[in-house]
Design a protein around this ligand. Structure first.
Ligand SMILES: [Zn+2]
Length: 161
């Protein structure tokens, strides 16, 4: 991971910016529930835990395939962890959640299941957009849980003893 020194006179370090629905859609190519959900999760970490995008590492647990992997795009925009900086990774898993490591603490954010939209619906894409818009304006507490779990390194250490 890149480490960069903080300089008080730099104008563009660790900017706070609230992405609009349009920003999210522009970055991702369409508006889907997982990019919005990921954005809310990343933003939650940015606002409540760490505003330095170099001091957080995100691990995104999901199927590794769209639409669930779209979560990673939202998490990048919300948290500032990016694939280019190498502080976000996808880990293949049956469950969908993300872990954010900040110093020795690991925050596990687990989304609640999303409502299913019938793929046979002729307005499927439109329904997906509407649902994504709704998610954007929902409270975080309605969307995901957050718990602090033990640091992975410590867990492994303990298992070895
Ligand atoms: Zn998507």
């Amino acid at each position: 991971m890149v480490t960069i020194k903080w300089h008080k006179d730099c104008k563009y370090m660790g900017l706070d910016y609230e992405y609009t629905l349009k920003d999210l859609a522009r970055f991702h190519g369409h508006l889907g529930p997982y990019i919005v959900l990921g954005y809310k999760m990343g933003r939650f970490i940015f606002e409540n835990v760490c505003k330095n995008p170099f001091a957080v590492k995100a691990l995104v647990f999901c199927s590794g395939q769209t639409p669930k992997s779209c979560l990673a795009d939202g998490i990048q925009l919300g948290s500032g962890c990016t694939f280019g900086k190498r502080n976000i990774e996808i880990e293949i898993s049956d469950d969908v959640y993300a872990e954010f490591t900040v110093s020795d603490k690991v925050y596990r954010l687990k989304p609640y299941p999303l409502k299913e939209i019938d793929k046979e619906n002729k307005d499927y894409e439109l329904e997906i957009e509407k649902m994504s818009e709704e998610i954007y304006y929902m409270e975080n507490s309605e969307l995901f849980s957050c718990e602090i779990v033990e640091n992975r390194k410590k867990r492994i250490k303990r298992e070895c003893i």
